[in-house]
Write a new protein. Structure first.
Length: 109
């Protein structure tokens, strides 16, 4: 499997979990906006720090398994992982949330 194939699977799973969390917990536009901002910031940091690590020759990629598109020195496939983190972690947090606490918060509003 190529890096891109693995990335597509991971992003798809994270997106499904985020959509389930949206449906189950009633996450709205504000949550999706915050998630998008977090994903963009994490992707930018990934490009910078991956490029620095690649330029320092800390690791190498198998070019046959890459698409060939790079942002600075970072392969575009690496951007999937910050997107997965930005989608999956808050969605899991929302799904694991405390129903009683949520009910109290709704009653206070």
């Amino acid at each position: 499997m190529t890096y891109a194939g693995l990335a597509v699977v991971a992003v798809a799973v994270a997106l499904v979990v985020a959509l389930v969390a949206t449906r189950v917990r009633g996450l709205g536009t504000r949550w999706w906006t915050a998630t998008a901002v977090a994903a963009v910031v994490l992707a930018g940091l990934t490009v910078v720090f991956d490029s620095l690590m690649i330029s320092a020759d800390l690791f190498r990629y198998d070019d046959a398994a890459l698409l060939g598109v790079r942002l600075w020195l970072a392969p575009v496939e690496d951007l999937a992982w910050p997107v997965v983190a930005a989608l999956l972690l808050p969605a899991l947090w929302a799904l694991a949330g405390d129903d009683e606490h949520d009910a109290r918060q709704g009653a206070d509003a």
